[in-house]
Design a protein around this ligand. Structure first.
Ligand SMILES: Nc1ncnc2c1ncn2[C@@H]1O[C@H](COP(=O)(O)OP(=O)(O)OP(=O)(O)O)[C@@H](O)[C@H]1O
Length: 417
């Protein structure tokens, strides 16, 4: 395989654009139906970026366009600074300096493990002895040093996928595309392989574009995650930002579980703003912390408030009297159901117009709560995040520090203790 000229035009903010991928205005269609709509994405060299989204949102199509296996309708793709698609250029797949790892292991059955890994190196005209050494090093890296003489199909699913990984990384391509590579493995092995793939990627410095619909996989493996819906990017951010600062209701609910309630800002202070949330019950008022990195909303602005099930605590009997005097950051709720899962209860409450999900951690002396009982849920200002709901995004002069719906890049996040 011919080596790619790595000189660069467009610079990535990290300064590593010469080894990365730049996708600009990518549009992909099947007949009249649009699978990917005006997608912009920049990946730095050695970065691990994941496309995450529900089935049919356009993840695989994006990957196939980058690989050269599907011809886009518009846009530009640059790899290592070199245009591989766009402006009448359409470099064929085998000349793009890209390797792929698929869900199906796709190892060559007639070859041994070692031959599988050597294949790409030999195709690059590397001499046999050097290719063998390199392939052995890669097999060691994926923990298959003792299996080099085995036929690849005489290996377990997890081992075959390790061969596929070693083969994809051995030639040191500019980019490795991985399409749900772990989804055929059982749950335990999948969890272990997440870590192995990530370590392998880091140790080799490979640039990876990964596809999954599994949010835990995306959060645990990636430097950055791109959340997609119906061919459109909803948010790009590091895993922490996506979870703690979702840009809209879709991201809040696709990346983890979320309670989302809409309200109106009544007051803006230096460290907190106050929001009235009558849909959670008459008189419900939350103070919401303003993090250093965000611009607060304006008074009178509509905002959607987000809180995760594990950010809520349930007042015990002693607390109840005190909190009901305070009146803020509390929700009066009726317990609908409670499921004991060992480490915690998964509970559903009714509060005003909402059904709220709550994870309640308990101890040996906790008393079980009965369905139908009234309780007070507490959510501290630090455990609330927000976004500008779609219907009011753009209509406000103040904008949102938490990304407004439709805004794609996550702001830098200040970790809240
Ligand atoms: N060969 C094809 N012909 C026609 N439509 C297609 C084809 N491949 C994909 N599509 C459509 O394009 C859209 C995006 O599909 P794509 O496979 O990219 O989604 P995905 O996010 O990878 O989904 P999954 O997680 O199920 O693999 C879907 O609506 C799908 O039905």
């Amino acid at each position: 395989m011919k080596k790619v000229n790595r000189s660069v035009n467009g610079q990535h903010p990290s300064g590593k654009a010469d080894r990365g991928l730049q996708i600009t205005g990518l549009v992909a269609t099947y007949g009249k139906s649009v699978a990917v709509s005006s997608l912009d994405l920049e990946i730095a060299g050695s970065e691990f970026v994941t496309l995450l989204g529900p089935s049919g949102c356009g993840k695989t199509t994006t990957l196939r366009c980058v690989a050269g296996l599907h011809t886009p309708t518009g846009g530009e793709i640059r790899l290592g600074g070199r245009r591989v698609y766009g402006d009448s250029v359409n470099v064929p797949p085998n000349k793009r300096d890209i390797n792929m790892v698929f869900q199906s292991y796709a190892v060559w059955p007639h070859m041994t493990t070692l031959e599988n890994v050597m294949y790409g190196l030999r195709a690059q005209k590397m001499d046999r002895a050097k290719a063998r050494r390199k392939a052995r090093t890669m097999l060691e890296l994926v923990g298959l040093g003792d299996f080099e003489k085995r036929h690849a199909t005489d290996l377990s699913g997890g081992q075959q996928q390790r061969v596929a990984l070693a083969r994809a990384l051995a030639t040191e391509p500019g980019l490795v595309l991985m399409d749900e590579p772990l989804s055929n493995l059982d749950a335990q092995l999948r969890a272990r392989m997440r870590d192995e793939v990530r370590q392998l990627q880091k140790s080799t410095g490979t640039t990876v574009l990964y596809v999954t619909h599994d949010q835990s996989e995306a959060l645990s493996m990636s430097d950055r995650v791109v959340v997609m819906r119906q061919g459109v990017i909803q948010q790009i951010g590091d895993p922490w930002s996506l979870y703690h600062r979702p840009a809209n209701g879709f991201v809040a609910n696709f990346v983890g579980e979320a309670n989302v309630a809409r309200g109106t800002v009544t007051e803006v202070g230096e460290r907190t703003f106050t929001v009235s949330l009558p849909s959670l019950g008459a008189g419900t008022v939350f103070d919401v912390a303003i993090s250093a990195s965000e611009q607060p909303p304006g008074t009178g602005q509509a905002v959607s408030i987000v809180f995760r099930p594990e950010w809520v605590s349930v007042a015990d009997d002693e607390q109840e009297e005190a909190v009901s005097r305070a009146g803020r950051n509390e929700v009066r709720a009726t317990l609908l159901s409670s499921e004991f899962l060992g480490s915690h209860f998964e509970r559903t409450y009714r509060a005003g117009e909402h059904e709220l999900r709550v994870q309640a951690v308990t101890g040996p002396t906790s008393l079980p709560r009965q369905a139908g009982s009234e309780q007070i849920l507490l959510i501290t200002p630090d455990n609330l995040t927000w976004f500008v709901p779609e219907s009011s995004a753009g209509g406000s002069s103040t904008g949102g520090g938490a990304a407004a719906e439709g805004i794609r890049e996550s702001p830098t996040v200040t970790m809240r203790g």
